[in-house]
Write a protein that binds this ligand. Structure first.
Ligand SMILES: Cc1cc2nc3c(=O)[nH]c(=O)nc-3n(C[C@H](O)[C@H](O)[C@H](O)COP(=O)(O)OP(=O)(O)OC[C@H]3O[C@@H](n4cnc5c(N)ncnc54)[C@H](O)[C@@H]3O)c2cc1C
Length: 400
């Protein structure tokens, strides 16, 4: 991980002790605060490894009651820091602006709890975050191939309009072309609000409190992304596969710049590279969810202007970038919404903010309807989609 500010570049080395020593040497006057931050972070991470070995969902009522009762004793640091904002802890321990930025950026999302920030730091210094060789599509391809081997079938380009219910029980689904597919069980990983308010029509026996929560809980942030193919040999430049840049001159507090082709040569032809620029889909995106239908041309202009701004900022890190663009794709929160149907283009399900961290149980109030995916785990993301998918399969097996 590399952080770039107006004062220079900070490259975090691999290894917990190495990362701490690097920060202490770079910000020597802040050594005490850095020690304290990582001391808390270490305690929380140790408890999280222990917690992951338990599975409260599979416990019977009595075991679960006992588990919850002794939780604050067994996992005292998690209990203490679960709702405390990581950024506040950082601010209380560090004064230097760049140090604060570095300590906070590990979690990307700005308002996460100290628990989540600690876990993300564990991923950073253990270099335990991965990019699938060949790109993210390869993961979907592998799943598809395996599903087909097991005689599974995937219908592409079809929209589920309804979950068919009888009494309080799921009986199948209806596609938007009115085709009905009967099923003993249904699993939805679609947008939670869509599942309950559109596919189930906001009724079908779902308790009002459940529906109220769906409306009330905050969504995770969406993004604005620019994907570039450039005829520029970036290997010679001093750039890293993952960089965070704080431009200090624009509405974006920071932007992320990824160059996956530095680690995965197969992504671009010899001498060319893939540059991905990402920023939070800030407040400027929100009005277009209403406006887009009114004025598509204006929306396109806004999208282009936002992309140009991000490219302009990236020029500070990769000089000459603009002149070398061969391919350009842009994605706004509306684009992510259009492709995934996730409300407002939410990237990871429910908000990860310390005061939110909501998740839906995978078992729903409707019999034989189960949920999977990022609406059922916090933090949402690819690993949680996998874990909850597996769990949904186990639940279905049990139900059948
Ligand atoms: C730009 C971006 C970057 C991200 N980066 C990371 C990252 O680095 N690491 C990480 O862990 N996570 C990342 N995430 C989050 C991660 O991609 C998601 O949390 C994850 O893909 C969620 O998987 P899911 O199966 O729950 O839902 P989704 O991936 O949203 O899948 C739902 C699927 O259901 C389909 N669908 C929805 N409604 C219907 C309907 N009515 N009928 C038929 N099909 C329907 C959608 O088309 C979609 O294919 C990122 C997200 C974004 C947007």
């Amino acid at each position: 991980m590399e952080v770039i500010t107006s004062n220079g570049k900070y490259t975090i080395p691999k290894g917990r002790q190495e990362a701490i020593e690097y920060l202490k040497n770079t910000f020597s006057r802040e050594a005490e605060g850095i020690e304290k931050f990582f001391e808390i972070q270490g305690r929380i991470t140790d408890e999280m490894y222990r917690l992951f070995k338990t599975d409260p969902d599979s416990m019977n009522t009595l075991s679960r009651f006992l588990f919850n009762a002794v939780f604050p004793l067994r996992f005292s640091n998690i209990a203490r820091y679960y709702r405390k904002k990581g950024a506040d802890i950082v601010d209380s321990l560090a004064k230097d602006r760049d140090l604060r930025r570095i300590l906070k950026i590990a979690a990307i999302f700005p308002n996460v709890s100290m628990m989540m920030l600690s876990w993300f730091w564990n991923i950073i210094y253990s270099a335990d975050g991965y990019y699938p060789k060949g790109g993210m599509q390869k993961v979907s391809d592998a799943l598809t191939e395996n599903l087909k081997k097991m005689n599974g079938e995937i219908l592409y380009g079809k929209k589920v309009a309804k979950i068919v219910t009888e009494g309080n029980q799921a009986k199948g689904i209806m596609l938007s072309d009115n085709t009905i597919i009967n099923a003993k069980t249904v699993i939805s990983n679609a947008d939670a609000r869509q599942t309950f308010f559109e596919m189930l029509n906001g009724d079908a026996g779902v308790p009002q409190k459940y529906l109220d929560n769906l409306k009330r809980w905050r969504l995770s942030e969406s993004f604005f992304y620019v994907y570039l193919g450039v005829d520029m040999d970036l290997k010679g430049l001093s750039v890293n596969p993952i960089m965070w840049y704080f431009p200090e001159k624009d509405r974006h507090d920071f932007i992320g710049i990824g160059i996956p082709s530095l680690s995965d040569k197969g992504l671009a032809p010899e001498g060319k590279h893939v540059v991905i620029i990402g920023a939070f889909g800030d407040d400027s995106a929100r009005p277009w969810f209403e406006k887009e239908k009114l004025d598509k041309e204006e929306y396109k202009k806004w999208k282009e202007a936002t992309a140009d701004l991000l490219i302009e900022l990236t020029e500070d890190v990769i000089p000459g970038l603009k002149k070398h663009i061969v391919v350009k794709e842009t994605a706004s929160p509306l684009t992510f919404c259009r492709y995934t149907l996730n409300s407002m283009g939410a990237s990871s399900g429910w908000s990860m903010d310390a005061d939110q961290q909501n998740k839906l149980p995978q078992k729903t109030p409707i019999k034989n309807l189960f949920l999977a995916g990022h609406w059922t785990f916090n933090p949402g993301g690819v690993p949680s989609a996998f874990m909850t998918g597996r769990k949904a399969a186990e639940m279905v097996k049990k139900a059948l």
